[in-house]
Design a protein around this ligand. Structure first.
Ligand SMILES: Nc1ncnc2c1ncn2[C@@H]1O[C@H](COP(=O)(O)OP(=O)(O)OP(=O)(O)O)[C@@H](O)[C@H]1O
Ligand SMILES: [Mg+2]
Length: 249
């Protein structure tokens, strides 16, 4: 069987603050989580529970204080080794897009680092724009000349352009209008079927999460308190905190 794209085992992250390291705060405590190819794991839980921290660990942006991490069955290694294999889509596309750069350049940029020829890069940009539902003419526009939903499509195109095997969506639809949210959620589902990447879909919106997730993991105070098929979570959640989350919708 194919190993998971990302597998964390017993991971702890301690944030140190103050002089000489201070006492430290455990943002993740003994977290184990795996995401398979073509699988979306929804990560839900209250603000401050550690979701973004976990996403950053999966992307190699934050080293676990203790515990281990594997990528496609291999030790995670360093970011240089993983170039083009991991991507992130954030809440505000502005965070990923340079306002002075034409959208086509922003989408193309990650490819430059992977050594693809200029002609192949341009063809790939056209292809990925089409896949996110934008006309190739959008390549010539600046981010400020797009709607919020179109900008998020550009950010998704940029995240996908290198054919990553794993993508973190951190509140990726939270800033969008409800109708635009539905379109972007559909897009994420379609793109995953086409590309087969594994995904961690972080959200405080458990209705949106349901729409894209095969599995749900619930975080509470830095720990995963429930992890199982989405159907079970939404039908008969096991943990009292999961029941409270669902009751609040
Ligand atoms: N760089 C940091 N230094 C110290 N503490 C941090 C740092 N980043 C996050 N924290 C703390 O770690 C905890 C988890 O933060 P995190 O951003 O992972 O939560 P979250 O679940 O993503 O919350 P939200 O839903 O609000 O985005 C919080 O208590 C936060 O204050
Ligand atoms: Mg967060």
């Amino acid at each position: 069987m194919e190993p998971p794209v990302i597998a964390l085992e017993d991971v702890t992250v301690t944030y140190r603050s103050g002089f000489l390291g201070g006492t430290g705060f455990d943002a993740l405590r003994g977290v184990s989580l795996s995401v398979g190819a073509g699988e979306t794991v929804g990560l839900v839980g209250e603000s401050g529970s550690g979701k973004t921290t976990l996403g950053r660990v999966c992307l190699g942006l934050l080293r676990p204080t203790t515990g281990s991490m594997h990528f496609a069955g291999q030790p995670f290694g360093n970011l240089r080794q993983r170039r083009g294999q991991l991507s992130v889509v954030l809440q505000h596309p502005e965070w990923a897009l340079n306002p002075r750069l034409r959208c086509g350049r922003s989408v193309e940029e990650p490819l430059v680092l992977t050594g693809v020829s200029a002609a192949a890069r341009r063809a790939r940009v056209d292809e990925i724009l089409e896949q996110v539902g934008l006309d190739p003419s959008f390549a010539a526009r600046l981010p400020g000349q797009l709607s919020g939903g179109q900008r998020q499509r550009i950010a998704i195109a940029r995240a996908l352009v290198t054919h990553p095997r794993f993508i973190v969506f951190d509140e990726a639809v939270s800033a969008l209008d409800v109708s635009v949210q539905a379109q972007v959620l559909n897009l994420i589902r379609d793109l995953q079927e086409r590309h087969g990447f594994g995904a961690l879909f972080i959200s405080h919106d458990i209705a949106a999460t349901r729409y894209v997730s095969h599995r749900i993991a619930v975080m509470l105070n830095g720990e995963i308190v429930e992890d199982g098929p989405a159907g079970r979570f939404y039908g008969a959640p096991e943990h009292p905190y999961s029941r409270a989350l669902l009751a609040a919708v």
